[in-house]
Design a protein around this ligand. Structure first.
Ligand code: PXP
Length: 232
């Protein structure tokens, strides 16, 4: 059974857009867990544009695995070592981007990744590297002793030709090294099936589509409730 991690960043985006206290990403996480999500993912960005420090503290207190997405910085390593989430997914981060565009440059950053991965592992945290589906990055992840890699499915989700085959080749390579395979980014009801067929896929992390879809699944009920209040 493939595990589903729900990324709650976009619940926080909606909250922050109005400077309100709702919708609460932690309440969304609780609801998702009640409905079968296996874990929660949250990305504490350097600029705190969606998830905030207090959100990760509260997510950590939930009785479910927290996959803490973070940039490879000393600040984030400190926060992670204090928080001790189930897992840390190391991602590239650029301030100007709207979402995580592309995987980590594991080969180019090997020297700076090594001590940080070691520190996280010493703290008992499962380290995952978010990478593009390419052999060189997988080999580097293996050299660095990363127990997990998450393959970036964004290029596949955008419909680019040859990307599914690239993911399949990468999955084989991940399997060959005995690394646990995760995947995510841009996944929807429509494009998820071929990804679920990747060999030994253990986990998918999905955010934007599920939060967007929740508007349509839930809007009817929220309008009905308001109408009830107006008619009493
Ligand atoms: N996995 C990682 C490492 C990510 O950075 C993101 C996006 O924040 C996701 C999964 C989820 O992507 P999406 O929101 O497109 O489903």
């Amino acid at each position: 059974m493939i595990r589903l991690g729900l990324n709650v960043d976009h619940v926080a985006t909606l909250r922050n857009a109005r400077g309100e206290s709702y919708p609460d990403p932690v309440a969304a996480a609780r609801l998702a867990l009640e409905h079968g999500a296996d874990g929660i993912t949250a990305h504490l960005r350097e600029d705190r544009r969606h998830i905030r420090d207090e959100d990760v503290e509260r997510l950590r207190a939930l009785p479910a695995p927290l996959n803490f997405e973070m940039a490879v910085t000393d600040e984030m390593v400190e926060i992670a070592c204090r928080l001790k989430p189930h897992a840390c997914c190391l991602v590239p981060e650029r301030r100007q981007e709207v979402t995580t565009e592309g995987g980590l440059d594991v080969v180019g950053q090997e020297a700076s990744l090594a001590p940080r991965i070691a520190r996280l592992k010493e703290a008992g945290i499962r380290v995952s590297l978010f990478i593009d589906p390419e052999e060189a990055s997988i080999e580097a992840a293996h050299r660095l002793g990363a127990p997990v890699v998450e393959l970036h499915t964004g290029a596949y989700a955008s419909g680019r030709k040859g990307e599914l085959e690239r993911l399949q080749r990468a999955a084989q390579c991940v399997n060959k090294h005995g690394i646990e395979l995760h995947a995510g980014h841009g996944l929807t009801y429509e494009n998820v099936a071929p990804v679920t067929a990747l060999p030994n896929l253990a986990e998918l992390n999905i955010g934007h589509f599920l939060i967007a879809e929740a508007v349509f699944v839930g809007l009817g009920a929220s309008v009905r409730r308001m109408k009830e209040l107006l008619s009493t």
